[in-house]
Ligand binder design. Structure first.
Ligand SMILES: Cc1ncc(COP(=O)(O)O)c(C=O)c1O
Length: 361
């Protein structure tokens, strides 16, 4: 019997010493108003060698302007938003927040994004694994069986990297309801699908954290800005343990302007999704490609007879893809990001030539 509400209190769940942690109090924390002379932060008041107007000043530690805009775009309240230096920073901080090194564990569903494991390893946090099934879907019973008192976070990635598929919402909901810990749903690729974000369900699930990023659809990987959406309680603990000025001024400035460009975002998304469908169709007709996995992301996973050989061949033609053959369930698989129409043409032509050379036509 699945309960209607999830009983969860972050206060009883975080590492106990963090409950009473006194965070660093920055100059910008202690004085927020307007003044004519700022002599409080040991900045260089003569100006900045980087040019710009205010780069000699520390940036807003809580990125209020960006949160206001994200709040409108995403339909969540500003106090439900944490902003990190990429979603990788949020992954790292979440592990630090609830997992005691050398004691607690996280639960991963491979094949999946590699940073959950790396972050856990950095913090000497144990890793339990329950592989996704042959459709790359989570297996509820096996996950439930694996959970112990030490398991503090379940990482779900939907659409999943490197497989590209959405995790079935029914199973995800059951996991959020039944898992006795934080359930992190990483939605780095959510903009490439019609499926609604789990952030629309935050008020129902106090143990839910949803990750998104501006690195993919928004085209701002180089600026490093990721988001965690969760209860205000979880967000305030993340703010407490983050580095004070984790989002630099240039990123805040450029991102704030970019968030107004939703029409252009939709135009880019349309091209990427159309190109994805085109590639999927052509791949399906190429005898060289034995399997094309369905994708809700900006990449497609394909299985070929010899991934190492094809990877090396494409590299000779100047095309670099991601060889995922060593990942569980991904033997002989390449993960191919959707490029520009011209880049995709070059890829397809290279695959054609390779097929002819190998007489796989
Ligand atoms: C599933 C997933 N989550 C998170 C990230 C990292 O995103 P960010 O650039 O925001 O750190 C990636 C990057 O490839 C990813 O695939």
């Amino acid at each position: 019997m699945i309960p209607d509400t999830v009983m969860f209190s972050i206060d009883t769940f975080i590492r106990p010493h963090l409950l009473s942690l006194k965070p660093y109090s920055s100059a910008r924390d202690e004085f927020e108003g307007e003044a004519s002379v700022y002599l409080d932060a040991n900045e260089n008041n003569l100006g900045s060698l980087a040019g710009g107007t205010d780069y000699n000043r520390y940036p807003d530690p809580y990125q209020k302007e960006i949160k206001q805009k994200l709040s409108k775009l995403k339909g969540v309240r500003p106090e439900q938003i944490f902003i990190g230096n990429g979603s990788d920073e949020a992954i790292d901080l979440l592990i630090r927040l609830v997992c005691a090194p050398g004691q607690d564990e996280v639960l991963l569903l491979p094949p999946t994004y590699g940073m959950y494991e790396v972050s856990a390893n950095i913090h000497n946090v144990g890793i339990q694994r329950v592989p996704l099934d042959e459709r790359f879907q989570p297996v509820f019973d096996k996950i439930a069986e694996k959970q112990t008192e030490k398991t503090k976070i379940l990482f779900l990635c939907s659409p999943n990297n490197p497989t590209g598929n959405i995790l079935e919402p029914e199973t995800v909901e059951k996991l959020i309801r039944e898992f006795k810990g934080l359930v992190v749903v990483d939605e780095a690729y959510i903009d490439f699908t019609e499926t609604p974000s789990w952030s629309t369900r935050l008020d129902e699930f106090p143990n839910l954290v949803v990750l998104q990023t501006l690195s993919k659809a928004w085209g701002m990987a180089g600026l490093r800005l990721g988001m965690a959406f969760a209860s205000p309680e979880i967000i305030s603990y993340l703010n407490k343990i983050k580095p004070p000025y984790n989002i630099n001024a240039v990123t805040q400035e450029l991102v704030s302007a970019a968030l107004d460009k939703t029409a252009q975002l939709h135009d880019m998304l349309q091209v990427i999704v159309q190109e994805r469908e085109r590639l999927v169709q052509v791949f399906a007709e190429l005898p060289l490609i034995q399997k094309v996995y369905p994708s809700d992301a900006n990449f497609v996973l394909v299985q070929v007879p010899d991934a190492n050989e094809l990877y090396a061949y494409l590299l000779e033609r100047g095309v670099v893809v991601r060889n995922r053959t060593t990942q569980p369930g991904c033997f002989n698989c390449l993960r191919i990001t959707i490029g520009t129409p011209k880049e995709n043409d070059h890829l397809l032509e290279s695959l054609q030539v390779y097929s002819e050379q190998k007489s796989v036509v």
